[in-house]
Ligand binder design. Structure first.
Ligand code: CA
Length: 254
């Protein structure tokens, strides 16, 4: 076995590429709320930081019991779950979730060379795995693929009327003209477009788009919707009175 680099779990990146705030990651704005369950504090921080920079709302848990509890009670869109955890191991956590019908996609982190972890992980209900040590880019790419599959979108591009949103690059355009959005506006639009054709309540938006520390006043959602409409200059977001918001489903390809 090769000696473990850095904290033992993340491969080192070439000099100049790996500073914590490199701007390139900010292009990967995503829409969803994630849970990271990892007991290694360095690795947990590295994952949470990278995911946060990629635009996700991230909560962190450091043992199996805390992870199980959060995954049971909060509406995460996906989970990154270490297998070797104190208090309750990752496989048991996953089995518990699946038994209680928690269906969010779960990406497990397995020890290198432990093929049995992978087999048991899939049997327990994992959707994908990454073996340690890993490249952060691989985790991000696998996560994007899981989220796309979970919402039934095979491509990274979402359409609605003149609006195009690329979840991979984080770019939005209207009738081919690029539109610059803040991360909050982007998350909101992407969430609505991922769930086009159904009404999404303000409470659901608050729950899914922001982490636990966010000011959960649903008026802020109205403010974001108002700004979005202004920037998009088209009425792609409909208000459904008393219920929430909806984006019409894309027309079938002609
Ligand atoms: Ca561990």
């Amino acid at each position: 076995m090769t000696p473990a680099p850095t904290s033992g779990n993340v491969r080192p990146i070439a000099p100049g590429q790996g500073t914590p705030h490199r701007p390139a990651l900010r292009l990967e704005f995503q829409i969803v709320r994630l849970l990271v369950v990892e007991d290694d504090p360095d690795l947990n921080r590295q994952l949470s930081t990278a995911l946060g920079e990629a635009g996700y709302a991230v909560d962190a848990a450091f043992d199996g019991e805390e992870g199980l509890y959060l995954g049971d009670t909060e509406p995460y869109d996906a989970v990154i779950l270490d297998i070797g955890l104190p208090k309750l191991d990752g496989l048991s956590v996953l089995e518990n979730w699946r038994r209680s019908n928690r269906t969010m996609p779960v990406l497990i982190l397995t020890a290198r060379d432990r093929w049995s972890d992978k087999v048991q992980g899939f049997d327990a209900g994992a959707d994908d795995y990454v073996a340690k040590p890993f490249h952060m880019e691989e985790v991000l790419a696998r996560l994007r693929a899981l989220l796309r599959r979970a919402t039934g979108h095979a491509s990274s591009e979402l359409h609605c009327g003149p609006v195009r949103l690329d979840t991979r690059s984080g770019r939005v355009s209207v009738s081919g003209v690029p539109v610059k959005l803040t991360s909050h506006e982007y998350r909101l639009l992407a969430y609505l477009m991922h769930h086009s054709g159904r009404v999404v309540s303000r409470a659901e938006l608050v729950e899914h788009l922001y982490d636990q520390d966010f000011d959960r006043d649903s008026n802020t959602i109205e403010v974001f919707v108002g700004r979005l409409r202004k920037k998009l200059e088209c009425d792609v977001i409909q208000t459904v009175r008393g219920l929430g918001y909806m984006v019409a489903p894309p027309e079938p390809a002609r």
